[in-house]
Design a binder for this molecule. Structure first.
Ligand SMILES: [Zn+2]
Length: 313
């Protein structure tokens, strides 16, 4: 096919390029929201950037007309630090008894532990992918669901304190972790009598080089949700990005929910950036986690899956 024919056909997939969008989700608007958040500064709990971003998330949701609630509390870390915490929840179609819970963390890591420059390791990460991408995704899901109403009620939960402390301190949800703080708090306070049908955590889904494998704890504890999400991606023609194979097993915000009886899976592209001698973990938890490593196309792909899952279209 010639280039002219390619452009005329507008089916870019036949030219080896991306053919989206396929739902009401707007990947370009999501990408702009990644920049907005990074522009606020690091979203470390208690910081100025955190305050501004939390207020902006609430204002953005309210502007869409969604009902918004918050959980605020003080968290005491194992070291004895007191940290303010804020979970934000948007309730879409609040009267619907049948609900699906979408989760993302909105805080960013206070320390760039994987950065090759030792002086950077005590600095907070920009968090374009690890933080901002998931928030942008859920805010644009909220916007898309205004255009295409869901067939179930949807709660969008923005959890705080996912990345605050040391993951090696995490053993289970009763161990007073200084990570997964907001998800642990929310999961513990959920009414066990009216659990959502299922949950999906969206984390680090903006990587330009998108390849999402099925996360190990999700496959073990909520296999039917994994099947549902990967089938939805397949129906959209996205099997190249949602790869139907098991990948890493991760401690992430889905774990406190699984421990509290809700079948929640982790949709995560943990493989972020090329792994080199200098960057053995890629861009993850380094100062390189900046908007140029994220793309509107990746956000579009994941956003299409998130929207189709609860709308059927
Ligand atoms: Zn992280």
């Amino acid at each position: 096919m010639s280039l002219v024919a390619c452009l005329a056909a507008l089916t870019l997939s036949s030219c080896g390029r991306f053919a989206g969008p396929r739902t009401a989700f707007d990947g370009n608007a999501a990408y702009a929201m990644v920049g907005t958040q990074v522009g606020f500064g690091p979203r470390v709990p208690g910081s100025v950037g955190w305050q501004k971003t939390g207020d902006w998330i609430v204002a953005t949701l309210k502007q869409l007309g969604d009902s918004v609630t918050e959980q605020r509390w003080m968290h005491v870390t194992p070291k004895g630090d007191t940290v303010p915490m804020r979970n934000i929840i948007a309730h879409i179609a609040p009267a619907d008894a049948q609900r699906v819970l979408y989760v993302t963390h909105w805080d960013t890591r206070p320390t760039a532990d994987n950065d090759p420059v030792i002086g950077n390791r005590t600095k907070p990460i920009p968090g374009a992918n690890d933080g901002a991408s998931g928030v942008a995704l859920l805010l644009q899901v909220a916007a898309a669901l205004r255009k295409t109403p869901p067939t179930v009620g949807v709660d969008l939960l923005f959890v705080d304190g996912e990345d605050y402390g040391d993951f090696t301190n995490y053993s289970d949800t009763t161990s007073n972790p200084d990570v997964l703080i907001g998800s642990t708090y929310y999961a513990r306070h959920m009414s066990k009598d009216s659990l959502p049908l299922y949950g999906v955590l969206w984390d680090m889904i903006g990587d330009k080089d998108l390849d999402i494998y099925q996360e190990g704890n999700s496959v073990a504890d909520a296999p039917e949700v994994v099947s549902l999400v990967w089938k939805t991606a397949k129906d959209l023609g996205y099997s190249k990005y949602f790869i139907p194979q098991t990948g890493e097993t991760l401690i992430d915000d889905h774990v406190p929910f699984l421990d509290n009886g809700l079948h929640m899976i982790d949709v995560i592209d943990y493989d972020y950036g090329p792994k080199t001698a200098q960057y053995p973990e890629g861009w993850h938890h380094t100062m390189q986690d900046t908007p140029d490593k994220v793309s509107a196309q990746s956000l579009q792909i994941v956003g299409d899956v998130a929207v189709k899952l609860v709308t059927g279209k």
